[in-house]
Design a binder for this molecule. Structure first.
Ligand SMILES: C[S@@+](CC[C@H](N)C(=O)[O-])C[C@H]1O[C@@H](n2cnc3c(N)ncnc32)[C@H](O)[C@@H]1O
Length: 344
């Protein structure tokens, strides 16, 4: 049964039919390749269509960090050694990076839906897709994703909690983003490497650093826990992640707007993929996903239409020994009559 029929609730909006039946067009994206992966420079709708030929069913993790419907255009801060990094942000040279202005929320959902449909064909049966959004769109994207992947394929809403410069507004300060995850095929065991987080201080005080074992009564009731001598790994990782935003002077900061911390991608990639798996990021930006995937021994594929994104990603990957170079056009095989003539 198609995913759209498995999901009981539908979102209706103008343009929805176009979102669920993408029709890519326009010029093909320029492809650059490195030993461990590739970058498609151009509109990702076209790039994803190009990828269908080589990667159908081969992606273990697709991570999407699309623009958030903020209604703004974004600039990247250009690294220029003659301008001190400690000086005011306004004084530093900038370049246009990407535009996040949309006609309407419907237009935004239409664009995202089209990409998600193409991505669903690229995912491996044990793979998953993670869409990084904020509270402005998360509820719409959840229903859209349920319709494309099936609501039984939805597996997690991860809250990324960060600390930011405090500002007083007559509201609770927004200190989290949301990452929605669907599996490609809920009937197949997912790729998932269990991770652990430290025990709570109260647990440590009572139980120390060894495992507890549940004591279960004859009637199946859990009555208490008993101490063991085995050291504990901690508690299985939950879905609220406290990870700091990138500090202004951090080495990983590239100047690209909306750059995500490597620690966040490290957690996603290490838990949802194995070495050698393919990680796809269709909104590559500064190349965080690609750089982390390369560092962790995964294969990477990124797409972005921004020139600054390509340059920033290239520099990051080069530092990891992954030089992205334009793909040489393959010489077409000579026609059969020419091959038989040359062999005589
Ligand atoms: C929020 S940024 C991604 C930031 C990234 N996660 C990082 O850590 O640097 C979104 C990116 O999506 C790209 N983008 C938006 N629409 C696109 C499209 N239709 N095709 C290709 N890239 C697109 C923008 O150029 C921008 O670089």
């Amino acid at each position: 049964m198609p995913a759209s029929e498995r999901s009981g609730v539908r979102l209706a909006w103008t343009g929805k039919e176009r979102a669920l039946a993408p029709a890519p067009g326009g010029p093909p994206s320029r492809v650059l390749r490195a030993p461990g992966g590739a970058f498609f420079h151009g509109d990702n709708l076209r790039s994803l269509e190009q990828l269908a030929g080589e990667l159908e069913g081969g992606v273990t993790l697709a991570y999407l960090d699309p623009p958030f419907l903020s209604g703004r255009a974004y600039e990247a801060i250009v690294k220029d050694k003659s301008v001190p990094r400690s000086g005011p942000l306004k004084a530093r040279p900038k370049r246009f990076a990407f535009d996040d202005r949309w006609e309407s929320r419907a237009a935004y959902l239409e664009a995202l839906g089209q990409r998600l449909v193409l991505i669903s064909h690229l995912l491996a049966p044990h793979g998953s897709v993670v869409v990084h959004v904020d509270t402005k769109t998360s509820h719409y994207v959840k229903v859209l994703g349920d319709e494309i992947f099936g609501d039984d394929a939805f597996v997690s809403e991860i809250v990324w909690r960060y600390r930011r410069w405090p500002s007083k507004t007559p509201n609770y300060q927004r200190v989290h983003d949301v990452m929605l995850r669907w599996r490609k095929d809920p009937s197949v065991p997912p790729r998932f490497n269990q991770a652990y987080e430290p025990l709570a201080a109260s647990t440590l005080a009572t139980w120390g650093t060894t495992k507890q074992r549940a004591v279960v009564e004859k009637d199946g009731r859990r009555s208490r826990s008993s101490r063991t001598s085995e050291p504990t790994k901690g508690v299985p990782l939950g879905d609220v992640w406290d990870i700091g935003v990138i500090a202004p002077v951090a080495r990983e900061r590239t100047g690209y707007p909306s750059q995500k911390p490597e620690a966040l991608l490290e957690r996603l990639i290490s838990t949802l993929t194995d070495e050698g798996d393919v990680v796809l990021d269709p909104y590559a930006g500064s190349g965080t996903t690609l750089a982390v995937a390369a560092r962790l021994g995964r294969r990477f594929v990124g797409c972005d239409q921004s020139d600054v994104s390509l340059e920033t990603t290239q520099a990051r990957l080069r530092a990891l020994g992954q030089d992205l170079a334009p793909e040489r056009l393959r010489r077409p095989a000579p026609p059969a009559y020419a091959r038989s003539a040359s062999s005589t």
